[in-house]
Ligand binder design. Structure first.
Ligand code: BT5
Length: 255
C-alpha cells in the first residue's frame, strides 16, 4: 500500500492505542513494529489482559503449522494473555474470540458476520479474521489476525475460505487503532461472560452466527450435515443419521 493511501497516522503505537483503551485489557500493551509473531511478545509472568501488537509479523502463525500473512501496517495482529479458571476447555476460547471479532467486524462494517468453527470469522463467505489459542502452562495466548486495509492483491489467494479484508468488502480505508481498542473491549466482555457462564452465556451471539450450521461438511474421512456448535464448543454433525461430536480439527464444507 502506498503511504498516501493510508489514513493519517494509522499506527498501533502505544501512544495512539493506549488512550483509546476502555477496559482492563491492553495493560500492559507491548508493541514492536516488526516481530516474528505477537504470540512470542507475551511473557509467561504477564498479567491477564496483557496485549501484544505489531505492524508486521515475519513468522505469523496459523494453526497446525500454517502461516498468517499480512503486509506492514495493513492489519490488526494482536495477542492477548488470558488466565482461564482451571478445568475449562481452552478450545472454547477460540470461539470466545471469534464471537468478539465478529461483533467488532459488524460494528465496523454494518454487515452481518459469521463464525466458522473452530476459529474463522467470515463476512460474505470470506475469511476476514482468524484466531489462534495456544495454551501455555496455566495461561493461554489468544492470537487474533483481523484483515483491515489490505487490497485484494495483498491478501493470500490460496485460502479456503477465500481471504477478504474490511477494505475489500466495503472499499473503506480505516484507522486501525480505534478498531483495535474496540476489539479488545469486545474480547474482554466476551471473556468475562464466558468466565461467568461458559459458552452458554455467549450462545445468544454465537448460535445465530454459526456458519457451518446446516451445511454439508467433511471432517477427516467422514462427510455429513453440520447441526451446530454445541454449548461446549464442539461441532455436532449428523453422519448418516448418527450424531457425532467433534472436539477439534479441520472441517471443510462442501457448499
Ligand atoms: C488461523 O489459522 O486462522 C489463525 C490465525 C491467527 C493469526 C494471529 S495474528 C496475531 C497472532 N500472532 C500469530 O502469529 N498468529 C496470531 P488457520 O485456520 O490455520 O489459517 C491459516 C490459513 O489461512 C493459511 O494457511 C492461509 O491459507 C490463510 N491465510 C493466511 N493469512 C491470511 C489472512 N491474512 N487472511 C485470511 N486468510 C489467511
Amino acid at each position: 500500500m502506498e503511504a498516501a493511501e493510508r489514513p493519517h497516522a494509522d499506527t498501533l503505537e502505544p501512544g495512539v492505542v493506549e488512550p483509546l483503551l476502555e477496559g482492563a485489557f491492553g495493560r500492559p500493551y507491548r508493541y514492536e513494529p516488526t516481530v516474528a509473531s505477537t504470540q512470542g511478545l507475551l511473557a509467561p509472568d504477564d498479567p491477564e489482559g496483557a496485549v501484544a501488537a505489531c505492524e508486521e509479523q515475519t513468522a505469523g502463525r496459523g494453526r497446525l503449522g500454517r502461516t498468517w500473512e499480512a503486509p506492514y501496517g495493513t492489519a490488526i495482529l494482536v495477542s492477548i494473555l488470558l488466565r482461564p479458571p482451571a478445568g475449562r476447555r481452552v478450545q472454547e476460547l477460540s470461539l470466545v474470540a471469534g464471537v468478539a471479532t465478529a461483533l467488532t467486524a459488524e460494528r465496523a462494517l454494518g454487515l452481518a458476520s459469521q463464525v466458522k468453527w473452530p476459529n474463522d470469522v467470515l463476512v460474505n463467505r470470506s475469511k476476514v479474521a482468524g484466531v489462534l489459542a495456544e495454551a501455555r502452562d496455566d495461561a493461554v495466548a489468544l492470537g487474533i489476525g483481523l484483515n483491515v486495509n489490505q487490497r485484494r492483491d495483498e491478501l493470500p489467494s490460496d485460502g479456503t475460505p477465500p481471504a477478504a479484508s474490511l477494505r475489500t468488502i466495503d472499499a473503506v480505508v480505516r484507522e486501525r487503532a480505534p478498531l483495535l481498542a474496540l476489539l479488545l473491549a469486545e474480547v474482554e466482555k466476551a471473556y468475562e461472560r464466558w468466565r461467568e457462564g461458559g459458552l452458554d452465556e455467549l450462545y445468544v451471539d454465537l448460535g445465530p452466527r454459526d456458519f457451518l450450521r446446516n451445511r454439508r461438511v467433511r471432517v477427516g474421512d467422514e462427510a455429513g450435515l453440520a447441526i451446530a456448535i454445541d454449548r461446549q464448543g464442539r461441532l455436532e454433525i449428523d453422519v448418516g443419521g448418527e450424531r457425532r461430536l467433534v472436539e477439534s480439527g479441520e472441517v471443510t464444507y462442501l457448499r
